[in-house]
Design a protein around this ligand. Structure first.
Ligand SMILES: NC(=O)c1ccc[n+]([C@@H]2O[C@H](COP(=O)([O-])OP(=O)(O)OC[C@H]3O[C@@H](n4cnc5c(N)ncnc54)[C@H](OP(=O)(O)O)[C@@H]3O)[C@@H](O)[C@H]2O)c1
Length: 249
């Protein structure tokens, strides 16, 4: 494991799920972490779950509001961030012919334009030699029924990753994590029984026989952020979702 002492990492989406798990791992390795998200209450609650002896700051802003993003970045000093990890997104599913386009536009505002805007606004605060880690999802290449627009948004993030890696190198590296199904607060909006049966059915269909844990994805975030020879890549951390069989074994 790497020593991240004297490194600083900003996690946009750090109050929950894979962002918080990544922040916890980076902090354990010595990094100073900054958690960002919309809700100050969630950020404070997340901060309390991290090691109180390590420095942790919070930054509340909505990444779909460019003014808030600009204001948040202006609170950080120039060239002080080594790693920018953006897990934040609000996503939606539904039948292609029925889902309101306004709902899908709002999803793109978050999952694509929010990420785009944060990465751009963060350029002055990122240190030379730093790294950006974005998040897409397996749907970019393995579609699901009622998920066409979400798959398209994920694919857009992956294309952005490759474009930024080319344009921002060698000053910065840019990679993307494509998770499969992972148990996080993202799924809390589903009724518990439905959620658990979805986790079980998806897990049973995967080569690894279960869905993922946020801590497992955090290890991939660490690799993407710290491996100096990796850029423009999409890492699938999905239990084998992209190669799974649909029929049960
Ligand atoms: N979990 C899965 O099964 C799965 C599968 C494939 C892909 N993914 C992708 O992986 C990423 C991380 O997912 P996760 O499960 O860790 O999500 P999560 O637990 O729901 O966490 C999302 C985080 O983003 C923040 N956030 C959401 N909208 C925001 C906004 N507009 N501005 C600022 N912060 C915002 C949330 O805090 P606030 O609500 O307080 O803002 C929260 O901290 C997402 O991009 C998701 O699409 C997840």
């Amino acid at each position: 494991m790497r020593d991240l002492t004297a490194r600083r990492a900003l996690f946009v989406g750090g109050s929950s799920g894979m962002g918080l798990a990544s922040a916890r791992l980076f902090q354990r390795l010595g990094a100073e972490v900054i958690l960002a998200g919309r809700s100050s209450d969630r950020l404070d609650a997340a901060r309390r779950t991290l090691d109180a002896t390590g420095p942790v700051a919070v930054l509340a802003f909505d990444m779909t509001e460019p003014e808030q993003v600009g204001e948040a970045m202006s609170r950080l000093e120039a060239e002080q961030i080594d790693f920018l990890v953006i897990t934040a997104a609000s996503v939606t599913h539904g039948p292609f012919a029925e889902q309101p386009v306004s709902e899908l536009r709002a999803m793109f505002d978050s999952k694509f334009w929010g990420v785009y805007g944060v990465a751009r606004a963060a350029l002055p605060v990122l240190r030379d030699g730093g790294a950006i880690v974005l998040f897409s999802g397996v749907l970019s290449r393995r579609p699901g029924i009622n998920c066409a627009a979400l798959g398209a948004a994920c694919a857009a993030v992956e294309a952005l990753t490759r474009g930024l890696a080319l344009e921002l190198g060698p000053r910065l590296r840019v990679n993307c994590i494509a998770p499969g199904m992972v148990r996080t607060e993202l799924h809390d909006r589903l009724p518990a029984e439905r959620r658990e049966s979805m986790f079980e059915a998806t897990g049973a269909s995967l080569p690894v026989g279960r869905i993922g844990r946020a801590e497992e994805v955090a290890e991939a975030v660490l690799l993407a952020a710290t491996n100096g020879y990796m850029t423009g890549q999409v890492l699938d951390v999905d239990g084998g979702h992209t190669i799974r069989q649909y029929a049960t074994r």
